[in-house]
Design a protein around this ligand. Sequence first.
Ligand code: NAD
Ligand code: UGA
Length: 458
Amino acid sequence: MIKKITCIGAGYVGGPTMSVIAQKNPHVEVTVVDLNQQRIAAWNDENLENLPVYEPGLDAVVAEARGRNLFFSTDVDKAIDEADMIFISVNTPTKTFGKGKGQAADLKFIELCARQIAAVAKSDKIVVEKSTLPVRTAEALKSILDHTGNGVNFHILSNPEFLAEGTAVTDLHNPDRVLIGGEDAEAIEALVQVYEAWVPRERILTTSLWSSELSKLVANAFLAQRVSSINAISELCEVTGANVDEVAHAIGKDSRIGSKFLKASVGFGGSCFQKDILNLVYIARSYHLNEVADYWEQVILLNDHQKTRFAERIIKTMYNTVNGKQIAFLGWAFKKNTNDTRESAAIYVADHLLDEEANIIVYDPKVSVEQIYRDLDYLGTRSSEENRRLVKVVNTAEEAVNCAHAVAVLTEWDEFKQYDWAKIRENMKRPAFLFDGRKLLDGAELQKIGFSYYAIGE
Ligand code: NAD
Ligand code: UGA
């Protein structure tokens, strides 16, 4: 029976996942640690609005468990020393240097965790891979732990996370499945018991380590592939007069296809789809499976095409020039109900329009000003002064759309549907262009009001 759990990494996965594990296992002490002091301070903030991750319902979970059996700390060594079970939930970004640059996962942070666990541990530990990792990473982890450790026993489990941002708490409370890969039956059972506190036993799947590690990459690849598939069809719809929502609805009624994840968009974003597919492509190529690698790479190429195509459509429709024109961006997050902007399509669409010297005014209900400039500066396309000259960030949609030549919807926030669009149009330049990258709004109604309305896939 596990009494103390430590999780290394207090990010979008570590924070919410451990909060729910603590909520549902009041007798297990759960400590989440991170090197980032600011992040830990935010997790400990009295004011729950300041939690570092915005997720609907997360504040209530943290309020229930924090201080009771859920703790956030920067004392990594102490937490490792005291735990029976250690989750590793650190970031595994795409490598930006050396072999595998631009494709392979950078496992530096994972290795640092393994070395720290090995150095500190004085009793047996179950080490759980929560981060998304290349297949066979457990082998490397075990090797580091066994060769540099203090002679204690380590059992490694793979327990990938399938939550989606924006719905993290409901996904964690009611998962389709929990996946546990491992070799040691006792270690597996110990983790099964943690989840059994709220997840029905039949939804807890146990497999080999390698199947578990690979399943996570494959799940994300299949999900992203559906988005790229429907986005490819959206372009075909635009030239043939078909409507992509109608096509998605019609095919989704086939129970073999299913209706979920068929919403055409300006392109998928998020920290993981691209990273995990690139990783899958890299693994396939490293085994010389070039056809397999090419097949999955196409999902990314199509996604890049979709983002570029949206930006080019804006330029072309606005008489082939956006120079000096004011374009209001509604939404910057990679999807609604999150403040996460990693790989958001908005960043790339903005970059393309800024190359054409457009003036962009951004409004997003949850994303901070600093984050938006950080995202643009990170691309390195132009100086940060130039980004600040061309892009303004405002606190309300009214400010963004006032006097704009065009509005572009980049994130599917619900509030955008409630706006008084007739009033918005009154304050815009004419013709009032509206580019709906999420096919979110009622196009027929907007055209009636007088907008020149363009949506993905129609
Ligand atoms: P994140 O960047 O939000 O959080 C990772 C945290 O780990 C950071 O706060 C960082 O400071 C900390 N960290 C790194 N090295 C450390 C060390 N040596 N010691 C202590 N702390 C350290 O990342 P995330 O979005 O939570 O993703 C974590 C993993 O989970 C990734 O592998 C990702 O692919 C996977 N994943 C993410 C999601 C998602 O929705 N974001 C969903 C499923 C799986
Ligand atoms: C995704 C997976 O859904 C999770 O199961 C997985 O755990 C996670 O990646 C991960 O490993 O990080 P997430 O990226 O948070 O979750 O969000 P999704 O809901 O999957 O959306 C990803 C992107 O695809 C968003 O930009 C979204 O707008 C876009 N999308 C999604 C579409 O364009 N159309 C759709 O039909 C669905």
